[in-house]
Design a binder for this molecule. Structure first.
Ligand SMILES: [Zn+2]
Length: 188
């Protein structure tokens, strides 16, 4: 698919939902109820559909222990041309241990960021900005999810926290079964 049109997607083309003042209750409730990563990803996809009018199906999710460097970490990555999003499980484990309250907002934010990459948004600053805008638009400015997306560097430092860096594992990728398996004809 071609994603060359994505640069025009902010501004007038971006559909307004919550507008930072009136969060979308349906999305907020779904986010609160979501427990599994595939449920969270469905919300990510719907959020992108309603704001940017883009979608992509058939993605795979992999987990890999990429470690935590002293000055930061890779939350995840998408290899261009592939259909996989890989999340850094070292970070996910660290957060669920040290900051369980941050786990869902963090995971959602990283999934959204990587999903935007799969749609052809490649510039890092632009991807971060779009991630924040989508979260703010749908969940409102005060939602923890929006805060994570807005202050990702600060949140990263909180996550690295006292425990400090962690060595990567063997870079093996474990794929999550049943991820992104919703039928394309689904109407919800
Ligand atoms: Zn990125």
């Amino acid at each position: 698919m071609t994603c060359s049109g994505l640069d025009g997607l902010t501004g007038p083309n971006m559909r307004k939902r919550g507008n930072g003042l009136m969060p979308d209750n349906e999305f907020t409730e779904r986010f609160e109820k979501a427990g599994r990563v595939d449920e969270m990803f469905e919300i990510v996809k719907d959020a992108v559909r309603v704001t940017l009018n883009r979608e992509r199906a058939g993605l795979m999710l992999g987990l890999s222990s990429l470690g935590i460097a002293p000055q930061g970490f890779v939350g995840g990555y998408h290899q261009m041309g592939s259909n996989a999003i890989i999340l850094n499980s070292s970070v996910l484990k660290r957060i669920s241990r040290a900051r369980p309250d941050m786990l869902k907002p963090y995971a959602f934010s990283v999934l959204l960021h990587e999903y935007l990459h799969t749609l052809g948004v490649l510039d890092e600053a632009r991807t971060r900005m779009l991630t924040y805008k989508i979260c703010s638009d749908i969940f409102g400015e005060e939602h923890p999810l929006t805060r994570v997306s807005r202050d990702f560097d600060k949140v990263s430092r909180e996550i690295i926290g006292k425990e400090g860096p962690e060595n990567p594992g063997n870079f093996e990728v474990t794929f999550v079964e049943g991820f992104d398996s919703r039928e394309t004809g689904y109407i919800g």
